[in-house]
Design a protein around this ligand. Structure first.
Ligand SMILES: Cc1ncc(COP(=O)(O)O)c(C=O)c1O
Length: 328
């Protein structure tokens, strides 16, 4: 990837003549089965552009309550687009058609109207859960029946695809816009792609520029993204296997409780009330292992390209050591 970056042919992507950025956008559109795609500096900017393309000021976007767009994107849809997010609580992070049907406002002069539904696959907050394709199709159908557009935050759609064996384009086919990150499991330094119809991407192009996301010699970053998309997709399976390995090591430690991960995110519950998240993180850090707090009594560990089998063993040992220190 470093070599691809160094050797990338560049131009000025804002003027439309950076050949590597153009190649990436064509490749991503094809991979996602959409007419066009755009390279963004971040997933948040790409999600925000989708909200601004599909939504209207003063309307609502329906989203699962643990969704990234709702919880971790600085209220971008509200700040830049006057779009209000309507949270729907689910037991597992996965919206169902009835949830969407109930949350979409009926036509009424007294209620805000719904412009779009936001889906997330895999669902980060739900521990990398995959929304199965039939469920995704049924949810989109419930939105469409009510004239409502759908955006898919597929920051980790490559993981959903590898875990389920369903090509990314099949997940993307029913939705209006889809975002895929190259800076997560695919290992590129920067960027996300937003794909959709040519008309939607024309509008997204202006929004990207307005948000300051028009990048000039973008080819160097695009080369990394292309390299990740072309070469690293099959490697995600190893991240998933390593996540299951870490989960089973953690599950054997008394005081912790862990669900079997579907993809590369391991959620570790501090089941023993004497275990405190901040103290656990401190103890792990002293062993050179980093996790993040995700909720009052939950830690999140993510496997990726730079974590090998030995790293997983070290993380398992560090968890054991941390619990031993804190539960004398
Ligand atoms: C599901 C999801 N969507 C969007 C993003 C935002 O991506 P970025 O950090 O590139 O802005 C993230 C980042 O963690 C994410 O997990």
């Amino acid at each position: 990837m470093r070599r691809a970056i160094a050797e990338a042919e560049v131009g000025d992507a804002v003027l439309g003549d950076d050949p590597t950025a153009a190649a990436l956008e064509r490749y991503a559109a094809e991979l996602l089965g959409k007419e066009a795609a755009l390279f963004f500096p971040s997933g948040i900017m790409a999600n925000t552009a989708a909200l601004l393309v599909l939504g209207r000021p003063g309307t609502e976007a329906v989203i699962e309550a643990g969704g990234h767009i709702l919880n971790y994107e600085e209220g971008a849809g509200a700040a830049w687009g006057g779009i209000q997010l309507r949270a729907v609580h689910t037991p597992d992070g996965l919206l169902r058609p009835d949830d969407v049907a109930d949350a979409i406002r009926p036509p009424s002069p007294y209620l805000p109207q719904t412009s779009l539904v936001c889906l997330e696959n895999t669902h980060n907050g739900a521990g990398g859960r995959v929304m199965p394709l039939p469920q995704l199709k049924a949810v989109v159908a419930a939105a469409r029946e009510r004239g409502v557009a759908v955006h898919l935050d597929g920051a980790r759609l490559p993981n959903a695809s590898v875990a389920s064996g369903v090509p990314m384009a099949e997940y993307a086919a029913p939705v209006d816009t889809v975002m895929v990150a190259v800076s997560k499991g695919l290992g590129a330094p920067v960027g996300s792609l937003l794909a959709g119809s040519a008309e939607a991407m024309q509008r997204a192009w202006r929004i990207r520029r307005r948000l300051g996301g028009g990048m000039r010699q973008a080819g160097m970053l695009a080369a990394a993204a292309l390299y990740g998309l072309r070469n690293h997709l099959p490697l995600l399976e190893h991240d998933h296997r390593r996540a299951r390995d870490l989960a089973s090591r953690a599950a054997r430690i008394e005081g912790l409780s862990v669900a079997v991960p579907e993809t590369n995110i391991v959620m570790i519950e501090l089941a023993d009330p004497r275990l405190q998240a901040a103290e656990m993180l401190g103890a792990l850090e002293r062993s050179g292992v980093r996790m993040v707090q995700f909720g009052a009594r939950r830690l999140r560990a993510v496997t990726h390209l730079d974590v090998d089998d030995a790293g997983i063993a070290r993380a398992g040992d560090a968890l054991e050591q941390a619990v031993r220190e804190l539960l004398p």
